[in-house]
Write a protein that binds this ligand. Structure first.
Ligand code: ADP
Ligand code: ASP
Ligand code: MG
Length: 452
């Protein structure tokens, strides 16, 4: 068995869906479990719909719902050439849109959007895409069963919960096994899940990759394929740096660090379940299925060296000063207890005698953390910084890396430098406005000079 996950751009419209189904049908002998994202940008639209409803603007929210309906119905019309089957697919869509409209009405009446209702609204993108694609596959004579991901993927919270692995491991093989009986393929939704009480939840933005690896782990599949819109993982984000190259192979650890330190190509937690069962992860291009992509494997088969640059544009840099830090034990534990108690995770850390600097993703609310730490120290929060990371197996002990890297930072202020203890990354904090100067320069010094 294999898992094949198709992201938003791979199912964006009729043409993309046809291409995707062709790729799936070329691998039916491997018994694929197909995981689909919402059509490109649909989840963003659902978040807008939720916001409009929360502000009480039911009509504006319903205009966007109408646009979503139009997009999905067009695909049904364009790809299913059988009136009865079109009617059946549209009937499924009607039920889903009726439910969504009821949710939007409830939120706009109450003018309140709880995490529970947000998770419910955000889930419709994957419910719609999987329904449409399943109907099209069956029309094309690929006998396909749709399995509800909410019955397989269980989380401990509505919006950014952790998956409950024991539940997932016991449910997935049973549900997929039953669905596969007499079928050619099984399809399910990425991103969406439910709490242990059976209420809708989600895995966080970009979470379909994570769904794919959780299902892959539970089924102990031969491979997890992440089909997207680039030829594989590249030496940097091709949207920000020109001249990037494809990476043939990465270790699990390198890929996890890249994703954790900002590379949007994979959800940061995708690699964790794959490592548990040592399952190779392939990043492949659905618009160019013949390109060989990137294989993410155990570290033994991977060479040392710099592989890629990641960056995070939206971070807080916190500088914490305390005279109490000088020769007083317990200051650091006091600071980190505040972070732990408030569920705020820290990215980079560096300390000196009386100063502690750290970075935090700006998606996290740090108001309470800052308030509590200010009770025993001085805290300065900088909101105009970015972090850049050089990732590669044993990069920290590669001779010359720091020298080449420093050439790229010529005339640019560096506020913090850290080396991961895993030896896989070196990170720098700089002014955000310098990011588009630093990234291409670093890429040039680290990847584009022959002598390296
Ligand atoms: P999907 O919708 O298929 O999940 P995403 O947009 O989430 O696709 O991820 C693919 C995008 O990730 C690419 O289009 C690319 O712009 C971006 N990206 C960021 N960093 C990298 C990288 N190092 N290598 C490849 N792509 C990257
Ligand atoms: N549709 C979700 C999102 O846009 C999940 C995903 O695409 O992976 O975040
Ligand atoms: Mg993605």
């Amino acid at each position: 068995m294999i898992v094949m996950k198709f992201g938003g751009t791979s199912v964006a419209n009729s043409e993309a869906i046809s291409r995707t189904i062709k790729i799936v049908s070329s691998k039916l002998d491997k018994k694929p479990v197909v995981v689909v994202s919402a059509l490109s940008k649909v989840t963003d639209t659902l978040y807008k719909i939720a916001d409009l409803a929360k502000s009480g603007d039911f009509n504006a929210a319903m205009i966007l719902v109408g646009e979503l309906r139009g997009r999905h119905e067009a695909i049904v019309r364009e790809l299913i050439e059988d009136d009865a089957k079109v009617a059946s697919a549209n009937a499924s869509l009607n039920n889903i849109f009726d439910e969504l409209a009821t949710m939007v009405r409830a939120v706009s009446m109450l003018r309140e959007l709880t995490p529970r209702s947000m998770a419910r609204v955000a889930s419709y993108g994957e419910i719609l895409s999987s329904t449409v694609i399943c109907h099209v596959m069956n029309f094309l004579c690929i006998n396909t069963a749709l399995v509800n991901a909410r019955e397989m993927i269980i989380t401990d919270d509505y919006l950014k919960g952790r998956p409950v692995i024991s539940e997932i491991e016991s449910r997935v093989p049973v549900l997929v096994g039953e669905a596969y009986e007499g079928r050619d393929a099984v399809i399910t939704q990425g991103f969406i899940a439910s709490t242990i009480n059976g209420e809708p939840s989600i895995l966080g933005r970009g979470g379909s990759d994570y769904t794919a690896s959780l299902i892959g782990m539970a089924l102990d599949v031969e491979a997890i394929e992440i089909w997207t819109d680039v030829d594989g993982v590249r030496t940097a984000d091709p949207r920000r740096v020109s001249n990037t190259r494809n990476i043939d192979k990465l270790s699990f650890e390198e890929a996890a660090e890249m994703a954790h330190f900002g590379a949007k190509v994979l959800h940061p937690l995708t690699i964790e379940p794959a490592v548990m069962k040592n399952i190779p992860v392939y990043v492949l291009n659905s618009t160019n299925p013949l390109s060989k992509g990137t294989a993410i494997l155990q570290a033994e088969s991977i060479e040392d060296g710099i592989k890629s640059l990641s960056f995070k544009e939206n971070i807080y840099l916190l500088n914490i000063f305390s005279t109490g830090m000088i020769e007083v034990s317990g200051f650091l534990s006091k600071v980190f207890k505040v972070f732990a108690d408030n569920n705020v995770s820290v990215d980079l850390i560096s300390t000196s005698e009386a100063n502690l600097s750290l970075t935090v993703d700006d998606t996290q609310d740090i108001t309470e953390v800052v308030r509590l730490i200010s009770e025993f120290a001085t805290v300065n929060v900088h909101t105009d910084k970015a972090q850049v990371s050089i990732i590669g197996k044993n990069v920290v002990i590669q001779r010359g890396v720091l020298r080449w890297a420093m050439s790229a930072f010529n005339n640019i202020n560096i506020y913090m430098i850290t080396q991961g203890t895993s030896l896989v990354n070196i990170s720098y904090v700089i002014d955000r406005c310098e990011l588009d100067t630093v990234l291409p320069e670093l890429h040039k010094y680290l990847f584009e000079f022959e002598s390296h």
